[in-house]
Design a binder for this molecule. Sequence first.
Ligand code: PLP
Length: 225
Amino acid sequence: MINIKDNVLQFEEELNYSLNKEKRKKTSVKVVAVTKNRSVQLTKELVQQGFYHLAENRPEGLLEKQNELNNETIIWHFIGNLQTRKVKKIINEIDFLHSLDRLSLAKEINKRAEDSVRCFVQVNVSGEDSKSGIHPDQLEEFILQLGDYPKISIVGLMTMAPLTDDENRIRTVFSTLRIFQEEIAKKNLPYAPCTELSMGMSGDYQIAIEEGATYIRIGSLFFQD
Ligand SMILES: *Cc1c(COP(=O)(O)O)cnc(C)c1O
């Protein structure tokens, strides 16, 4: 049996420990609950526990949850690969996109969005072939090119750490993303304030908080039994 309430209590205790250790305020980190592939019922229980940032990784999953939850206060995040042909289905339904990684996607968003869309540029910091995200060598040029698409607003950068037990490797990925984020923010581009860092998942969010994460994306921790 999955006990969402117990999982949330345990998570919040650990989260508070990390925040206190870093002398960071609770409001400085937003917890995005990743509800992909989870039932509407479990998702409702998480909302009842006070989680209002929800993330889905498939357009169909997102629209189903929005329809069933029918809750105006929820802030919707799209994570993971977004196929260009599916942009029009969801782009006016979400509050944040965490996976902007190519110009063809930016172009389609610009065409389909009614208002400005808050995007994280996904960076493949570790450079593994298997990972999506823009390569660090191409990041600066990519950010500059995004200035051609007025509907795109770059709120920050996002990354996924490699699947490894090597804490130092994970930490290096997060601290590197932060360096990139600060470099972009310093440019003072009107369309790219780039103040936010979306990094850290169930297995590595404590390291991410130590390295400056402002959005952590937590799924499996909430749903373990
Ligand atoms: C699934 C997923 C998460 C959540 O991962 P957990 O390990 O379940 O916490 C975070 N970010 C992305 C992009 C994901 O696809």
